[in-house]
Design a protein around this ligand. Structure first.
Ligand code: NAP
Ligand code: F7E
Length: 323
């Protein structure tokens, strides 16, 4: 029997990689898509899957549309990836972030509870919930301490997922994913901002790059590896929560060095520090422990940071050259 999946946030970075993974596995893939005035399907085109998806109009803030999408797609599996996912923007739009990233999860869980209780559910939780870290290396038992409206909203989404699992016996799992990147990453996130700028500087289309706190440290992995972990979580007999990370943390400064080095430039000659890019409250360092994902799911990251940044640099060099 062909399995049916519903992906919210299908037009985002992870949505595109996950849609491809599920289509390759023979799923019928439905995508909840919010109305936008401009094209939002470019990542699905890049992955070569745009025509293979059933699109359902809806918005996470609109419970009726979410309910309709669940009924129409009759999903075996739902992956809730939709979010206002840019941490810096969450201080400017704290209420929207709270509704979409927090309450939106309840809209979806309620629809599943009422109309499709056999459906397996994945919630896109985040290392931002650890925020002001309470342990040097964070795992599933580390206490949370979010530092942004985004982190706070995601913490609600995480706990409501746990709560619906315990209250209504839903197969609801939460992946606590650390930063993961790819050539399809939004340009506002620091890795893409850096690879795009390095490509432009190399090709004489930009002079400098303004960044904020380059001493911040992140545990960066490749999105293509991380969507496999999402799928594996929903193949388990029992729902649970898993940290997905590489177990290596690196400064933004070092990530810049890798990117600029790849095109034969020294980042120190181009990177300027601009206070405008500092955040009201920073998450200084994140480092995940993926031991449980490895033990239970048999999941391991396949791509190290050097390989990942080089992959992104190559894609940006080609794209910028065509502009
Ligand atoms: P992304 O590229 O920003 O994609 C977000 C998706 O959510 C887009 O498809 C966007 O649609 C959609 N969306 C936004 N608001 C919506 C609304 N009101 N109703 C319906 N859809 C809406 O994010 P990502 O990097 O793929 O991340 C996927 C999920 O994982 C997110 O929930 C994110 O918070 C979480 N996460 C990401 C990371 C990471 O490092 N990437 C780590 C941990 C957790 P449009 O394209 O139309 O805007
Ligand atoms: O920032 C620092 C910034 O915006 C990383 C989202 O996918 O991962 C992502 O959130 C670090 C921060 O990602 C600039 O202050 C310095 O310390 O790439 P980012 P993020 O905030 O870690 C988590 C896991 C998610 O869940 C989120 O959805 O880099 N930084 N200078 C900068 N960051 C940006 N964006 N721009 C700068 O100029």
């Amino acid at each position: 029997m062909t399995k049916s999946a519903l992906i919210t946030g299908i037009t985002g970075q992870d949505g595109a990689y996950l849609a491809k993974l599920l289509l390759d596995k023979g799923y019928k893939v439905h995508g909840l898509v919010a109305r936008r005035s401009s094209d939002s399907r470019w990542r699905l085109r890049e992955m070569g899957v745009e025509a293979d998806i059933v699109y359902l109009d809806g918005d996470m803030a609109d419970a009726c549309s979410v309910q309709r999408a669940v009924i129409k797609s009759a999903p075996d599996e739902v992956y809730n990836l939709a979010a206002q996912s840019f941490v810096a923007a969450s201080w400017d739009q704290p209420v929207t972030t709270g509704i979409v990233d927090g309450l939106g999860v309840t809209h979806l869980l309620e629809a599943i509870r009422q109309f499709s209780p056999h459906t397996r559910f994945y919630q896109a939780s985040t290392s931002e919930m650890f925020g002001l870290i309470q342990a040097e290396q964070q795992d599933e038992n580390t206490p949370f301490y979010p530092r942004s409206p985004y982190g706070v909203a995601k913490l609600y989404g995480h706990w409501i997922t746990v709560n619906y699992r315990e209250s209504f016996n839903l197969h609801a799992s939460s992946g606590i994913l650390f930063n993961h990147e790819s050539p399809l990453r939004g340009i506002e996130f620091v890795t893409r901002k850096v690879t795009d700028a390095a490509a432009r500087i190399k090709q004489g289309k930009q002079q400098t790059l303004a960044l904020g706190n380059i001493d911040a440290k992140r545990d960066w992995g490749f999105a293509g590896d991380y969507v496999e972990a999402m799928w594996l979580m929903l193949q388990q007999d029992k729902p649970d929560d898993y940290v997905v990370a590489t177990g290596v943390t690196t400064t933004v400064r070092e990530m810049c060095r890798i990117a600029f080095d790849h095109v034969g430039l020294n980042y120190r000659d181009y990177v300027k520090i601009d206070p405008a890019f500092f955040r009201p409250a920073e998450v200084e360092v994140l480092l995940g422990n993926p031991a449980k994902a490895q033990r239970v799911l048999g999941w391991k990251p396949k791509t190290d940071l050097d390989t990942l940044i080089r992959m992104m640099m190559d894609a940006d060099m080609q794209r910028v050259a065509k502009e």
